[in-house]
Design a protein around this ligand. Structure first.
Ligand code: ADP
Ligand code: MG
Length: 491
């Protein structure tokens, strides 16, 4: 059976292209719509919109109803706060239902849905593996309706707050979206390669492009999927000997977007296929958008020709957020949620939760939920209390990996130079800066630091630390670089 989607507002879409619908499945859909309506009446419009609307019915089997949540946070929330009500209400609709599971929709092969966006730091999707249905063929992925349900309705350009750290990526994504909907189809840069750390808005921008095209040029064929899913589909096609179909599906699109390509690296045959698909599309002047957590040159396990091809178009990075951007995002979210939150609380959040936008949203959602469920006013004190665990996590010390990444970025060298043998000044100096910062900002010992820098000796690290200390006294530009990096790493 194919997955079925029902969006929270009761609109029904199906993963199935055919006319006939499994009668028990449609019964299940009806029940789910009713359950949702009841819950909505119980919890109120806003809580409903925040927590329940994003849920989708996955399926109903032998009295076991499975609904999906787009993120782990939502899954946990719905499970702790609404699971009992969900089951109770469902049982008033259908006595045979004895269990309701909430799972995170993030499996490869899951019909056109990529919710990796919502994956928390630990990933993981409870018992989804055992409950999700037979994966669909590629055909369903590009099927219109299934595609739509794959896109998060909140991830639009309108909802994207632009600031210094993301303005280039945003402008580039917009350019692509507009070019794609222009009657005279042009391809401004191919591919558009978006990269940046987790939770900084890559998936959001890709979905925004898809929504824009969808809204302004319905006839354009758009595929958005995660690299993991691309791989999965490909392997599946190999197994079912339908690789021809697979190729055709991908090669007939106007816009292909593949999210998180770092997951493709290493798998040879998939890389090969990806490369061919990629080339075929570029040759036909079709737009490609790619995202990854690193720049093309820093992606590991990627063939050289692939690496260089990926860097051909425009490479735009999303920098870590600034205080101003974080505050702007909070303001925009609060505005949308028709809830009053004191400015002090928002400033506190923007100040403290610096890791990424996803964590920031999580914190805000926790505060909103608390207000709605417990019905108390939010104050600076109550916010601090509520977020104590989260804040402790955010105040963790910087890691050497982070230092290396930031320093490499700052000096515009490859991350791999941090561990390489090369002694050229252009790479040796930044490496020394990174070692110096590692000594200053972490509690690691000199030998531990040496190990992280390609197995160097502790004396090398010591030398680096002294050298930078010395240079900072005489070289104002370097001193400034180091200060800037230190502040950025500690913010
Ligand atoms: P990534 O794909 O880079 O890991 P996402 O695109 O999934 O990150 O973003 C994580 C969350 O943060 C999403 O809910 C997204 O809507 C939100 N977000 C990120 N950047 C912005 C922004 N500039 N404005 C509004 N929301 C944002
Ligand atoms: Mg993402």
């Amino acid at each position: 059976m194919l997955p079925t989607y029902i969006s929270g507002d009761g609109a029904v879409t199906e993963g199935n292209r055919g006319e006939s619908v499994d009668p028990s499945a449609s019964g299940c859909k009806l029940e789910w719509t009713r359950v949702l309506n009841h819950l909505k009446a119980e919890v109120g419009e806003t809580a409903y919109r925040n927590w329940l609307q994003p849920m989708c019915l996955e399926r109903c089997d032998d009295g076991h109803a499975i609904v999906t949540a787009p993120t782990r946070f939502l899954r946990d929330w719905v499970e702790t706060h609404y699971a009992d009500r969900l089951l109770a209400l469902w049982r008033t609709e259908n006595r045979q239902v004895s269990r309701v599971s909430v799972v995170v929709a993030m499996l490869p092969g899951y019909n056109g849905v990529d919710y990796s966006a919502g994956r928390g730091p630990n990933g993981g999707s409870c018992d989804a593996d055992s409950v999700l249905s037979e994966p669909p063929l590629v055909a369903e992925i590009v099927e219109d309706k299934a595609q739509l349900s794959a896109l998060d309705h909140r991830f639009t350009f309108e909802n994207f707050v632009v600031g210094k750290p993301n303005e280039l990526a945003h402008a580039a994504a917009r350019r692509v979206a507009e070019a794609c909907t222009n009657p005279v189809h042009t391809v401004p840069f191919n591919p558009l390669f978006l990269y940046g750390g987790v939770g900084l808005g890559k998936t959001h921008l890709m979905h925004a492009v898809a929504w824009h095209v969808r809204r302004h040029a319905r006839d354009r064929k758009v595929i958005y999927l995660s690299a993991e899913k691309f791989m999965y589909q490909f392997i599946r096609a190999l197994r079912f000997k339908s690789t021809m179909d697979f190729k055709e599906q991908f090669r007939s699109v106007d816009l292909l977007m593949i999210d998180d390509v770092q997951f493709i690296s290493g798998k040879d045959s998939t890389q090969e296929e990806f490369f061919h698909t990629f080339n075929a599309l570029v040759d036909q002047n079709r737009q490609i958008v790619i995202s990854a957590d690193k720049s093309p040159s820093d992606l590991e396990g990627l063939e050289e020709r692939m690496r260089s091809r990926l860097g051909w178009g425009l490479v735009a990075d999303l920098h870590p957020t600034t205080y101003e951007l974080r505050l702007g995002i909070l303001e925009s979210k609060v505005e949308q949620s028709d809830i009053q939150i004191p400015r002090k609380v928002m400033e506190f959040l923007a100040h403290k939760i610096t890791s990424n936008v996803r964590e920031l949203e999580g914190a805000l959602n926790r505060i909103i939920a608390d207000m709605q469920l417990i019905g108390r006013e939010v104050t600076l004190e109550s916010a601090q209390e509520l977020l104590r665990d989260l804040l402790r996590f955010c105040e963790r010390r910087v890691t050497i990996d982070e230092i290396q990444r930031r320093v490499a970025e700052h000096f515009n060298i490859r991350l791999s130079e941090m561990t390489s043998e090369r002694r050229a000044r252009a790479v040796a100096r930044p490496r020394q800066v990174a070692m110096y910062l590692a000594k200053q900002l972490t509690t690691r010992s000199l030998p531990e630091i040496g190990k992280k820098f390609g197995g160097r000796d502790h004396t090398t690290v010591m030398h680096a630390v002294r050298k930078i200390e010395e240079l900072m006294l005489t070289d104002a530009a370097l001193a400034e670089d180091v200060e800037l990096l230190r502040r950025m790493l500690q913010s």
